[in-house]
Write a protein that binds this ligand. Structure first.
Ligand SMILES: [Zn+2]
Length: 325
């Protein structure tokens, strides 16, 4: 009997369910909207109901699903399946998704961070397929994360994650961050920050009416304030990146997430900052690319991760003994 595999993508506002057959072909999808306030027990119940709803809509019996992968917007203990921290969904902290959902659904649950899911699939199918040393940067609305892949291995810290690029300090006495520290990259290089830079130049513009797409459009028509805002953001991103580049010397930096749509506007600042501050001459040889998987990255990553882990085809080596602090 052909097995099926399910991927569950957890985001700040939605949970997306994907059902795929053993050839990774998507056979069903379902989306849940999340309320502004939630608690862990209710959330697990919602995941269980969402899984069964996906199966019902796809007319596939639930017992045909061999494994379920789950992506989490935060830090996760990869082995135990417990969420360590999530600045975008704080109530996820401490929730053992592997155990709680596994007990309810009686399935193999494979949790990982969204950044690692994207890094895994970027190396298997995307822009990073040709690189064994690369950094994947995930740029979302108000969230920045990364996956680090070195010596053909996904870098994990003691707890299983090594990607809190958004909380690398770029201004020691800077703005207060949601993580309670000051001067984190997320405060200076997220789309919220770019809008803030723009509004400083355009004082007549109302904060509530300017969104990232407006700035992309304005930058595309050579609006000085918009271009300047992207340049400033790129400079901060370059400062954060150079600290990692000086340690791991990647061959490529891959940009993904909605905010990577602005790559053409902020990449010049990223590159010039890195070139100017790099310890290595070879930093000039880094390839900077946008993810070719676009909005399908997480969907593909999850169903491939579920099947490849279940069938032991996921041979991605993991560095458990290297830390970036
Ligand atoms: Zn922070």
């Amino acid at each position: 009997m052909t097995n099926f595999f399910t991927g569950i993508e957890i985001t700040k506002r939605h949970v997306n369910f994907f059902l795929a057959d053993s050839s990774y072909r998507i056979k069903g999808t379902h989306r849940l909207s999340l309320p502004a306030h939630m608690h862990a027990a209710k959330f697990i119940e919602e995941l269980e109901n969402g899984f069964y709803e996906t199966m019902k809509r796809s007319s596939v019996p639930a017992d045909r699903v061999a494994a379920i992968s789950v992506s989490v917007p935060g830090t996760l203990n990869h082995k135990s399946g417990t969420v360590i921290n999530s600045t975008v969904m704080p109530w996820l902290q401490g929730l053992n998704i592997k155990e709680e959902l596994g007990t309810r659904l009686k399935k193999l649950i494979i949790p990982d961070t969204e950044a690692n899911v994207r890094t895994f699939i970027e190396h298997k199918l995307g822009s990073a397929a040709r690189y064994n040393n690369f950094i994947q940067i995930l740029l979302l609305e108000s969230w920045i994360s990364a996956g680090i892949y070195i010596n053909n291995s996904l870098l994990r810290s003691k707890h299983g994650s090594a990607h809190e690029l958004g909380h690398v300090i770029v201004e020691p006495h800077g703005r207060k961050c949601s993580c309670s520290q000051r001067g984190c990259l997320e405060e200076y290089a997220s789309s919220d920050a770019v809008i803030r830079y723009y509004l400083k130049h355009r004082k007549h513009a109302s904060k509530s009416t300017v969104v990232l797409n407006d700035l992309l459009r304005l930058a595309g028509s050579s609006d000085f304030a918009a271009l300047n805002a992207f340049y400033k953001m790129g400079n901060y991103l370059g400062i954060a990146l150079i600290n990692i580049i000086n340690i791991v010397k990647p061959d490529a930096v891959i940009f993904s997430g909605d905010f990577s749509k602005g790559l053409n506007f902020f990449l010049p600042a990223v590159k010039s900052t890195i070139d100017f501050r790099s310890f290595y001459d070879s930093a000039n040889n880094i390839a900077y690319q946008k993810s070719t998987l676009g909005n399908d990255a997480v969907k593909l990553g999850l169903v491939h991760l579920a099947k490849d882990t279940y069938t032991n085809a996921y041979n991605l080596k993991v560095c458990d003994d290297i830390f970036i602090i």
